[in-house]
Design a protein around this ligand. Structure first.
Ligand code: TPP
Ligand code: MG
Length: 584
């Protein structure tokens, strides 16, 4: 779009605040939006209809926020959702915190009371700004209709700058319904703020030199990468650096896809569950942590990495560095820019270093093969009910390289985090590790499918998480998306049941679900439904789901019901760790 196009595209004249909101979002080129109307934002809804913009009614605002969040992860453009006064606004909280903790750019609109009557017990009135403020990067209260364009501009800038995050625009009814004479110039937006990262900053040169010296002298350096690599889209820089310097890469659940899991330098997941990465961390002499908070799961509750190993920590949020583990060198900056700079600083010695580390990186495929051999009975299991590892193996085989797997908060995320292999770098695995709510799978799948309509999208969720969100199957059907939903049916709040098994001697409380046929439910809702009890049927069922392009398919996969065998490995919260112990 040329400059003059943009100008002529701008509206002008008298319009209400809702129309101004819609015009700005149109100018920003936002994708599909998700919400549920009430009264306060109806002028906005009317403007969407008049402007022909895509907006999906969802059945719970939490799902709208989840869908918008997943949309944003796939596109790196702010996802947009809305909720009405009171319960609509408060229902957004969980999805907004997911975005806040994961660093996902989002813009949420909440209708608020008409200020002529506020605090007189208006219906649905509550202290929503106070409830929502800690759930977002910034809460912007819009006090004048005339300021709608300016404050939406600000919302985009905040959502996509620094560590991205969600912004909430709290819009009083009278601001949304009220009118103002706008000039064409009012409708402008900085194009660099329309996707994350809006701007990139580079770490300090002296810090880069110190980091390069540490890494350059290391015999067994290892890269630990988190979700920040996706936010920075630093895939090429990471791969180029890792290959040039012969440094293996381990990832958190959020960091999966930083490099392809099938790449010879990939050591897989580290933290609570790990294939070989935790062992490599312990044997390392220098760790380079990129876009990773080193939180509870990544560190196995703060026992990893050993304090003796020097750590270079690169993060976009300066105050995140050193929070959980002191860094020998703090690199404040964008992941891609920082990686490029370290690579440049180490470029001269690259050939010598690659030769020196040949044996080291030669270990990775050997260790991975040994792990695979040890895991083979689980990965190849033909037992019924189906083994979770076998389900993951079938996902690895059936999903094409460009597909997206959205993983829900329960076992769905942990098992696939450990065993699912992305085949190319990028956002091919989307787990909701910001807040790890169950229930993200289905709405997240809807957002991802709408963001990448030509791409196979599979959402994997527990039966508990699916029960939470069943109503959104109606949304998915209405949207006409070919989303495949894999329900891990263990007739339980499985993670809870497994912990009760491990910690309370098998005394179960409120962790059983009734046996359900989710495929039949899906069929009754006009979707495809396939119940899979035989592992040999998994591959064909997945392919059938992926081939269906116009309506959702639910694969109801009957998996182990034995709480002793539900965890991917020992969960280190359930065992007392003594010095020298090795758990999981
Ligand atoms: C909203 C929410 N409530 C509670 C939890 C705690 N929790 C973690 S895993 C889990 C079990 C969920 O059951 P299900 O979705 O069936 O997954 P499963 O573990 O059985 O695979 C629960 C309740 C959570 N993560 N999110
Ligand atoms: Mg379950």
């Amino acid at each position: 779009m040329t400059h003059s196009d943009r100008i002529s595209n701008r509206p002008a004249g008298r319009m209400n605040g809702g129309r101004a909101l819609a015009e700005m979002l149109r100018l920003a080129g936002v994708g599909p939006m998700f919400g549920m109307g009430g009264f306060q934002l109806l002028p906005f809804y009317d403007a969407l209809a008049r402007l022909g913009m895509r907006h999906f009614l969802i059945n719970d605002e939490r799902c709208g926020a989840f869908a918008a969040e997943a949309y944003a992860r796939v596109t790196n453009r702010p996802g947009v959702c809305d909720g009405t006064l009171g319960p609509g606004a408060t229902n957004l909280v969980t999805g907004l915190i997911e975005a806040l903790n994961a660093g996902t750019p989002m813009i949420a609109l909440a209708g608020d009371t008409n200020r002529a009557h506020s605090w007189k017990n208006m219906t649905q009135e509550c202290r929503q700004a106070e409830i929502l403020r800690p759930a977002v990067k910034e809460l912007i209260r819009v006090e004048l209709t005339s300021r709608v364009p300016e404050l939406l501009r600000r919302a985009f800038a905040v959502a996509t700058s620094g560590r991205p995050g969600p912004v909430l625009l709290d819009v009083p009814e009278d601001v949304c319904h009220g009118e103002h004479d706008f000039a064409a110039e009012d409708f402008a937006i900085d194009p660099t703020t329309l996707s994350a990262p809006a701007r990139r900053i580079r770490p300090d040169r002296t810090d880069i030199a110190r980091a390069a010296a540490l890494i350059g002298h290391a015999k067994r350096p290892l890269i630990l990468v988190g979700g920040g690599i996706h936010l920075s889209a630093g895939y090429e820089a990471l791969l180029a650096f890792a290959e040039a310097q012969s440094i293996p890469v381990a990832h958190t659940m959020s960091g999966k896809g930083a490099i392809a899991c099938t790449h010879p330098l990939s050591t897989g997941l580290f933290g609570r569950y790990s294939r070989i990465a935790n062992d490599l961390i312990e044997a390392s002499d220098c760790l380079l942590v990129i876009g990773c908070k080193l939180g509870e799961i990544a560190t196995k509750r703060y026992v990893l990495p050993p304090q003796s190993i020097p750590l270079v920590h690169l993060d976009i949020l300066a105050e995140e560095i050193g929070r959980c583990r002191p860094a020998a060198v703090a690199l404040w900056g964008d992941a891609r820019a920082g990686l490029e700079d370290i690579a440049e600083a180490l470029a001269d010695g690259a050939g010598r270093v690659r030769a020196a580390r040949a044996d080291y990186i030669g270990e990775i495929p050997v260790r991975m093969a040994a792990w695979r051999e040890e895991a083979a009975p689980r990965l190849d299991s033909s037992e019924r009910p189906i083994h979770m590892a076998r389900l993951c193996r079938e996902l690895n085989t059936a999903l094409p390289a460009d597909s997206i797997l959205v993983a829900d908060g329960g076992f769905a995320g942990h098992w696939t985090g450990l065993l699912y292999d992305t085949k190319s770098p990028g956002r091919h695995f989307i787990p909701d590790r910001g807040l790890a709510s169950i229930g993200y799978g289905l709405p997240g799948g809807i957002g991802a499918a709408l963001a990448a309509p030509a791409t196979p999208v599979v959402a994997i969720t527990g039966d508990g998480g699916f029960n939470m969100m069943l109503g959104e199957l109606e949304t998915a059907r209405r949207a006409g998306i070919g989303l495949t939903i894999v329900v891990v049916n263990n007739a339980a709040s499985g993670y809870v049941k497994a912990l009760q098994h491990a910690m309370f001697g098998g005394r179960y409380q409120s962790s059983d679900l009734v046996e359900m046929d989710y495929a039949a439910i899906a069929r009754a809702m006009g979707c495809c439904g396939i119940r899979v009890e035989d592992p040999e049927r998994l591959g064909a069922a997945l392919r059938e789901g992926i081939a269906e392009r116009t309506r959702p398919t639910v694969l109801d996969v009957v998996v182990t019901r034995d709480p002793a065998r539900m965890l991917p490995a020992v969960d280190n919260r359930t065992v007392e760790i003594r010095q020298g112990d090795r758990v999981a």
